[in-house]
Ligand binder design. Structure first.
Ligand code: HEM
Length: 418
């Protein structure tokens, strides 16, 4: 039984997590979550886990679902939002299938299988020369300037160019939807789960989704008549060959991949650069030995993970982390806290690429393990090793600024002098 005081304390922690003032250093707060243990708000039908073991358990649990329609509260929330918007005269777009990140078997299995060929290590590794050329081009521009913004001038343009190339989206169209991608990433923040209502700007996010979908339908029409050697053309071929995939599912898949390609690897590259500049021996070590890149990348995924939390829904009554969870409840896994858990990692608050045992959850675990992981590792490896080698005397030039996002936390600006 939770007392009113405990409930107020838990609610306070959740609100602090949403507060942009805590974005620069979420790890002090993460420690408070860990000390608290599994946090339960029975009325909100919410459980938040923050130890490594509990997060790992939930990701492996057969009753952990990703389809939010399995959450009783999410269903009620969608209904009430729909009603409120309709009453306010907003014309709602017709329902569309969610991206496969938000699906369970059998739909998840079917769509993931069709897409995974494009992200297999062999296919991804073939992009290496193109990625190296893109990195070199960006570094040449930085060298000409002497001072650069890590996000705008380096960490963002690379993954964006690569995901557009992979999907078959013309890079010159990208300015049309990069704002939409940023808005859609905000929709991952757990405002409804923590407060009962969405964060501000929901209408703008819905409009962004509608606009991006309209753009992608148009591009599908163009690719039908002139296919390319890209993922969208491959998915269109699958759709045309039978009943395995619908056009709406192709659009949802492309939205998911475009947002993932725009909003995640940028944060990995940015966070790794910041960690190394705060510990210049690491910058010098990587600059002198490109083979250290994988260790730097894996440690960044642990120490300052681009995806700070993962959501699940209990498909059934289940037990995890020593607590009983009712079917339909929301479960939040705080990776940011799990990754600093001293029960799993020695000296967890130290950035140490040389640590031997590293089983981070930065790319998730289980059926939804990140499909883009080989691509993200390749891009970040090429970017970080080339940057450190080219600019051995780089140093921070000002304080890092962060975006407001909770789930996909990342730098908005970081100035560096080379
Ligand atoms: C450093 C960069 C990245 C990080 C930290 C990251 C992290 C994650 C995490 C934690 C998950 C699991 C989510 C869950 O279990 O609910 C995930 C899933 C996924 N990621 Fe990534 N990701 C990154 C880059 C990418 C890229 C570049 C792409 C593709 C363009 C991508 C595509 C996906 C997809 C499609 C899924 C869903 C897989 C499924 O549901 O089966 N990710 N990612």
């Amino acid at each position: 039984m939770t007392t009113a005081t405990e409930q107020a304390e838990s609610q306070g922690l959740l609100l602090q997590l949403l507060d942009p003032a805590n974005r620069a250093d979420p790890y002090r707060l993460a420690a408070q979550f860990r000390e608290h243990g599994p946090l339960r708000l029975p009325e909100a039908r919410l459980t938040v886990f923050s130890s490594y073991r509990d997060c790992d358990d939930v990701l492996r649990h057969p009753a952990s679902a990703s389809d939010r329609s399995k959450s009783a509260l999410a269903r009620a929330e969608v209904e009430s939002q729909t009603q409120a918007l309709t009453e306010a005269g907003v014309v709602l777009p017709p329902p569309v299938p969610p991206g496969f990140l938000f699906l369970d078997p059998p739909d998840h299995t079917r769509i993931r299988k069709l897409v995974s060929k494009a992200f297999a290590p062999r296919v991804v590794n073939a992009l290496a020369p193109e990625i190296t050329a893109l990195v070199d081009g960006l570094l040449d521009q930085i060298a000409g300037k002497g001072r650069f913004d890590v996000v705008e001038d380096f960490a963002y343009p690379l993954p964006v160019a690569v995901i557009c190339r992979l999907l078959g989206v013309p890079i010159e169209d990208e300015p049309q939807f990069n704002h939409a991608s940023a808005l859609l990433a905000q929709a991952l923040d757990p405002f409804v789960a923590f407060t009962g209502s969405p964060s501000e700007g929901m209408e703008a996010r819905m409009q962004a989704g509608t606009d991006l979908r309209a753009y992608l339908h148009g591009l599908i029409e163009r690719r039908r008549s002139r296919p390319g050697d890209d993922l969208m053309s491959a998915l269109i071929a699958v759709e045309e060959s039978g009943d395995q995939l619908t056009e709406e599912e192709i659009v949802s898949t492309c939205v998911l991949l475009l947002v993932a390609g725009h909003e995640t690897t940028v944060n990995l590259i940015g966070n790794a650069i910041l960690a190394m500049l705060r510990q210049p021996s690491q910058w010098a070590a990587l600059g002198g030995d490109a083979a250290r890149a994988p260790a730097v990348i894996e440690e960044t995924l642990r120490y300052d993970p681009p995806v700070q939390l993962i959501a699940r829904f209990a498909a059934d009554d289940m037990a995890a982390g020593g607590v009983e969870i009712a079917g339909g409840d929301v479960i939040i896994l705080l990776l940011a806290a799990a990754h600093r858990d001293a029960a799993e990692f020695d000296r967890p608050d130290v950035f140490d690429p040389d640590r031997q045992v590293l089983r981070h959850l930065g790319f998730g675990r289980g059926a939804h393990y990140c499909l883009g992981a080989p691509l993200a590792r390749l891009e970040a490896g090429a970017a970080l090793s080339a940057l450190t080698a080219r600019f051995p005397r780089a140093r921070l030039d000002g304080e890092p600024q962060y975006k407001a996002n909770v789930t996909l936390r990342g730098l908005s600006t970081l100035t560096v002098t080379v």
